[in-house]
Design a protein around this ligand. Structure first.
Ligand code: GDD
Ligand code: MN
Length: 379
């Protein structure tokens, strides 16, 4: 038998009660599914074929223990349905990838089990992928003709808006959070290239696949009738970690600079705190200034070692720490020197000391970054 055209992959955790209506809905939407494929030149040379009614439904379950095996066994007599039961791991994204791993269809469509995503829209997602008009297709709540259940509380709408904004930098989707999306199976990136955590496997795949052509299909997102959402606080934290990873993937160099500056800002706070602390203890100000530098520099060195430049080769600690302190020391002199030079030689800065201060910080930071990048954490 020819392989299916469309594999619908549905991750499930404790959704047994939703599967019968889901399977029925998908079947009535895809049973008569037609796709006019072929070479698309329409010249009637016969290779434009019409293929119909070939889909499969894969339930990717994480050992829910809610009787899903029996439900699926029963349903598989009527529908082309397979149950993939993952015993040892849990996680929506991994379940989706495992499901896609056993899929045979040319196109994989991912959707939720709780009937939030309308099965009638599957064909609209799959068609442009089959015809080559799209490389990625997403069901969106935020386009003309789309929407979300009115029962959605204001709080959930707000979370959604806040979570969506940074993701839009990564990929131009109106609904980057969507769990209803489709792609060509042949374009699934190798497992090694994927590192999703949490819920947003659609975002992960879109960012890593870098689709040229994206189709958005407006959908109405219905609130679930049965069972409960598994989106908890842990998943929200996971999402932030995931976003961070994706930004690193997309703009590694910019993220290095950004992270270096963030660490630098924290270091400066520690520097100041140490300075005032020592002054409180009665230390002379020059001594306090000199002493506070070391804990701050050590803090920066450590965070840059384990975070900013974590992919760089790991030199032994002591020599690296010394090099970092040395470059930071010179960086500090540049910072201070810039301030001194500007305020004594340029009348404008003599009147705007704070601006000279920031200019110094800027010069020092650039010097420090180059020192860290080229010397301390050199590739
Ligand atoms: N296998 C497996 N393992 N499936 C899981 C797991 C898990 O650990 N956690 C959740 N699922 C399944 C659920 O059973 C459901 O089919 C689907 O993933 C979505 O889970 P819900 O708990 O219903 O998520 P939601 O309604 O809060 O979130 C949905 O809407 C969001 C948009 O607001 C999802 O589609 C999100 O991806 C989407 O961003
Ligand atoms: Mn849901």
């Amino acid at each position: 038998m020819a392989p299916p055209l469309v594999s619908v992959v549905v991750p499930t955790y404790r959704e047994a009660e939703n599967i019968p209506s889901l399977a029925a809905g998908i079947d009535s939407a895809l049973r008569g599914f037609c796709f006019s494929g072929g070479d698309g030149d329409g010249n009637g040379d016969g290779d434009d074929a019409t293929v119909s009614s070939r889909y499969e439904l894969i339930i990717a379950d994480d050992d829910s223990g809610d009787g899903i095996a029996d439900v699926c066994a029963e349903l598989s007599r009527r529908f082309p349905l397979r149950l993939l039961s993952r015993k040892s791991e849990r996680g929506l994204s991994q379940a989706v990838l495992a499901g896609a791993g056993i899929a045979r269809g040319e196109v994989v469509v991912v959707m939720d089990a709780d009937l939030s995503h309308p099965p009638e829209k599957i064909a609209e997602l799959a068609r442009p992928l089959l015809s080559g008009d799209a490389d990625f297709a997403v069901g969106t709540r935020y386009a003309e003709g789309g929407g979300a259940d009115k029962r959605w509380p204001l709080r959930r709408r707000m979370y959604s808006a806040v979570a969506t904004a940074p993701a839009k930098f990564l990929i131009p989707l109106s609904d980057p959070m969507s769990g209803f999306f489709a792609f060509r199976r042949a374009q699934l990136p190798a497992a090694a290239e994927l590192s999703p955590i949490g819920y947003k496997i659609g975002l992960e795949l879109a960012v890593k696949m870098r689709p040229e052509k994206i189709t958005e299909v407006p959908i109405f997102f219905r609130e679930r009738e049965r069972g409960e959402s598994k989106l908890n606080w842990r998943e929200k934290i996971n999402y932030l970690r995931h976003l961070r990873r994706l930004f690193w993937h997309r703009w590694p160099r910019r993220m290095e600079v950004f992270q270096f500056c963030a660490v630098g800002g924290m270091g400066m706070t520690i520097d100041l705190a140490g300075y005032y602390f020592l002054r409180e203890l009665g230390s002379p100000h020059l001594l306090a200034r000199a002493a506070a530098f070391w804990p701050a520099a050590s803090f920066n060195w450590f965070l840059n070692r384990v975070m900013t430049f974590k992919t760089r080769p790991r030199d032994s600690r002591l020599p690296q720490w010394l090099k970092f302190c040395a470059t930071s020391g010179i960086g500090f002199v540049c910072n201070w020197g810039t301030y001194a030079l500007l305020t004594s030689a340029v009348p404008f800065f003599a009147e705007h000391l704070l601006l000279a201060f920031f200019a110094g910080v800027l010069v020092g930071t650039v010097f420090n970054f180059v020192g860290s990048d080229r010397i301390v954490f050199r590739e």
